[in-house]
Design a protein around this ligand. Sequence first.
Ligand code: NAD
Ligand code: MG
Length: 399
Amino acid sequence: MSPTRPQRITVLGATGSIGVSTLDVIARHPDRFTVFALTAHSQADLLREQCLKFRPRYAVLGDQRSADMLQGALRESGCATEVLAGVEALETVSSHADTDAVMAAIVGAAGLRPTLAAARAGKRVLLANKEALVLSGQLFMDAVARSGSVLLPIDSEHNAVFQSLPTDYARDPTAAGVRRVLLTASGGPFRDRPLSDLDAVTPEQACAHPNWVMGRKISVDSATMMNKGLEVIEAHWLFGVPADRIEVVVHPQSVIHSMVDYADGSVIAQLGNPDMRTPIANALAWPERIESGVKPLDLFEIGRFTFERPDLERFPCLRLAYEALRAGGSAPAVLNAANEEAVAAFLDGRIGFRQIGEVISSTLEQVARMPVDSLDAVLAADAQGRAAAYVEIRKRARR
Ligand code: NAD
Ligand code: MG
């Protein structure tokens, strides 16, 4: 059964890897979905093409000048999309009365305010922007509970866990008999490299993920395994499971996307080819299932699955994320802020790959832990983390 009127979708971060995959799935189902708003930070050319194809009511760009230029170009092409600029405009489109669902696919802490605005407005929130949840944890989940928003995970691991849990899990998590959540991880491009080589790896090598094609920031996070660390924190908030019952399992084939281990010994997993259109289609149509463009899984071609424990000496970022989750309060926000600054510094060649973990570790040692019970407190923790990380980066800077 198809819904009576198409769902009106806002895509935050439409020009990124998740945004483009989302529009690919939407385009396959014009009877089910229309596009209400598309946003991008600076890629105005791609946003223009997307506007001409999907004809949204609104488009949003980071600054007014590029928004004015895009507005002119769209008018010339006879497209009625209204172009807005800035952070407030992101919040306007994500909480607008005429949007039903928001794909939160901005990268990093920049996505927090519009994603939280969507949750507060009771929208169906399709959450790819894990950093927003890492930063604001309890605050975000409280906003979802208060507004009655439906929160659907897009991260492949969390979408797999979501699919492996009973449908009424949120109503009574204790009744479900969940023993552990098993998050799978590919181990990234440096799983087998000698440790001594890691000092000299380049951003291009770090971004060459063996199984997934993603934005540059999450690709570096996958190479350090901070991505998995952020996902442990994300799983804690999404599923209400404590740190010691979330286990990371390295599974280099990236076919089992995650698992739930139950009290009776059953382990339920979700499998599929590594293509984000599967979790995107799952969340867009939930609780129904629709075609996504992903090719069927060929188990004979894959042949075998392997599993390893993560190596915490090679991947200190994963250990730091567990520590921040256990410390609580502002620690995850500071971890995230230090990571964003350190990854940006690595991507512009200011620090080496292994210094990403050093910067985060020193930052966490320096910034005092505070409670984070308001958006202002979250933003203050984020700013403190960035300031301390900046000093740590300067100490190690190559240039
Ligand atoms: P990306 O870098 O490809 O795209 C990011 C998008 O955010 C772009 O549209 C960009 O214009 C926008 N953006 C960047 N900075 C912004 C700012 N300051 N203000 C407003 N918009 C801004 O990133 P991605 O790989 O698509 O990842 C997006 C989010 O999804 C991240 O949080 C990532 O962790 C998560 N995620 C991605 C994947 C994946 O396969 N790519 C998988 C799981 C989760
Ligand atoms: Mg993931």
